[in-house]
Design a protein around this ligand. Structure first.
Ligand code: XMP
Length: 529
């Protein structure tokens, strides 16, 4: 089992920390997000990868047990490590975490009760540190529940603070030992005061002060990069996206010209993007940047290829080849910088225990070329995406890059079903930039996770002026999402869509029909290929 990221790393080690033990809930990451938002550094570890020595070395100020899909009434179900209790640290158990807490401390948990799922209301019957200043005794509060089992008998030392019809022990507390448990999920937004309840646990119970800020992270990470790299040379693949951009600027701030960025331009970027990468990094940040226009090579090899996975493979392979070529021209490097984020390195407990089906092989351009024997510099390994954005703002990276929608590594190639040609890419760029311009003008950009146009491989009949047209159709897509795993269609007004469609048909010669994709994910995916 590979262990989660090095928790003794200086950036985190100087901060107060909370340990989250993961029992496999779908929303464990949200606990960490909420804690980080209140300025508390935390890490998620699988419940079974937390031996005493490791917890001691991590030196947390408190421990949270996440929810999970198992039932404590089943023999083989997960348990918290004994040391969690022996440590004397405050503990908060959430859902399954509450049940195993109660069970391991001598309470009784039973299955077979009515399942409670979704919004519920609890009656606050007492008070405790967790509810201080948030929930008053006698109030009725909204929470989000998702459970089948429930506690039927409290362990010694505990009392009830809030209850619902389906969950008489919705919030329990043992003030002496600083143990708390919630049947509901405080980490999800459907528990409106959930973030504050968690903050009370970390700040009031565990004594955290909220010392995790991006300003502090920046200063410490710069020291850490200097210590790691010494006088070595670093290369970084820039993609124009948020992660590689922030990693590059941070590393440059640490080691200056020891860093060279390589931007492999596959010719499938959106309008103006390559120019923006060059002007931002070379001209504004003074970063040594190699801009390799490899569009002929990429488009040449994509010629005649229609299969989406084939396109991804070709682009991935060529990217590595070109990157290596450029890197060899530099005379090699000692380190490869990557914009790896915390969600990529969290070793989650899979609810099913098995690997999930590969729907698409997501080749991340800028990823580690296999066989390259360089050490890695990954300064963002401890951060969530919203923290990377905050760090980017701290580093004065333009908002156009920091707040940018995600863009897939293979670029427009997977937004042109069928064969990709330069002409088609040019046509799509025009459509896409009108669409995005209108979204920005309407002030909707930040409310949308991703918005883009797709060039459809169909020609349709239209009428313009007195003449008949027989041109291509395009589709527009816009979705809201929190992580790209699921997505909902963005509900534009008809008026907005008509305005965009009119502009596209009038301004882009070759397009005579515009459709809006209203498929959510699942069953659709965000991209068309
Ligand atoms: P799907 O289409 O699978 O996309 O719903 C989910 C998220 O992943 C992005 N995506 C990719 N990113 N290489 C990437 O780097 C890829 O091949 C790729 N395919 C999809 C997509 O834009 C969305 O954000």
């Amino acid at each position: 089992m590979t262990l989660p990221p090095d928790s003794t790393a200086p950036a985190a080690a100087r901060h107060e920390r909370i340990l989250i033990l993961d029992f496999g809930s779908q929303v464990t990451q949200l606990i960490a997000r909420r804690l980080r938002e209140s300025g508390v550094y935390c890490e998620i570890w699988p419940f079974n990868a937390a031996p005493e020595a490791r917890i001691r070395a991590f030196n947390p100020k408190g421990i949270i047990f996440s929810g999970g899909p198992a039932s404590v009434t089943e023999g083989e179900s997960p348990r918290a490590p004994d040391y969690a209790f022996a440590s004397g640290l405050p503990i908060l158990g959430i859902c399954y975490g509450q049940q195993t807490l109660a069970h391991q401390l001598g309470g009784t948990v039973e299955g077979g009760h009515a399942r409670e799922f979704g919004r519920a209301h609890v009656d606050v019957t007492g008070d405790c540190a967790i509810t201080q200043g948030i929930w008053a005794k006698g109030a009725r509060e909204q929470v989000w529940m998702s459970h089948g089992d429930r506690i039927t008998e409290l362990p010694p030392g505990f009392r009830v603070v809030a209850s619902s019809e389906g969950a008489p022990f919705a919030l329990i507390a043992d003030d002496k030992r600083h143990y708390y448990g919630t049947m509901f999920h405080p980490e999800v937004v459907h528990t409106p005061h959930g973030a504050q309840l968690l903050k009370n646990f970390t700040h009031l119970v565990c004594g955290c002060t909220g010392d995790w800020t991006m300003g502090a992270f920046r200063a410490e990470m710069i020291e850490k990069i200097r210590a790691q790299v010494g006088s070595g040379r670093v290369v970084c693949g820039l993609s124009g996206g948020v992660d590689s951009s922030v990693a590059a600027v941070l590393i440059h701030e640490a080691i200056g010209d020891q860093l060279t960025c390589i931007y492999v331009d596959h010719g499938l970027m959106r309008a103006g993007e390559s120019e923006q990468v060059v002007s931002t990094f070379r001209d504004r940040f003074n970063i040594k940047l190699i801009h390799r226009d490899a569009s002929d090579l990429f488009l040449g090899q994509l010629s005649g290829v229609t299969d989406p996975e084939q396109k991804r493979k070709i682009i991935g392979r060529l990217f590595i080849e070109v990157f290596e070529e450029e890197q060899n021209k530099l005379g090699g490097a000692d380190f490869l910088a990557q914009g790896t984020l915390y969600p990529d390195v969290i070793e989650s407990v899979s609810a099913t225990g098995g690997p999930s089906v590969t729907i698409k092989s997501h080749h991340n351009v800028g990823g580690l070329p296999e066989g390259m024997r360089m050490k890695l510099v990954e300064p963002l390994r401890e951060l969530f995406k919203d923290e990377v954005r905050a760090l980017g703002r701290e580093l004065a990276i333009p908002e156009a890059i920091v707040g940018r929608h995600p863009f897939p590594g293979p670029g427009l190639a997977i937004r042109i079903p069928g064969e990709v040609t330069r002409e088609k890419a040019d046509l799509l760029r025009k459509v896409d930039s009108i669409y995005l311009e209108e979204i920005r003008t309407a002030g909707l950009y930040d409310a949308i996770w991703q918005a883009f146009a797709v060039l459809l491989p169909v020609r349709t009949v239209g009428v313009m002026g007195d003449g008949r047209t027989y041109d291509q159709a395009c589709a527009l897509r816009a979705v809201t999402s929190t992580d790209g795993m699921t997505a909902d269609v963005y509900p534009f007004s008809m008026e907005f869509l008509s305005r965009v469609a009119n502009r596209i048909v009038n301004e882009v010669r070759g397009i005579n029909r515009v459709t809006y994709d209203i498929t959510s994910k699942p069953p659709g995916t965000i991209e068309w290929e």
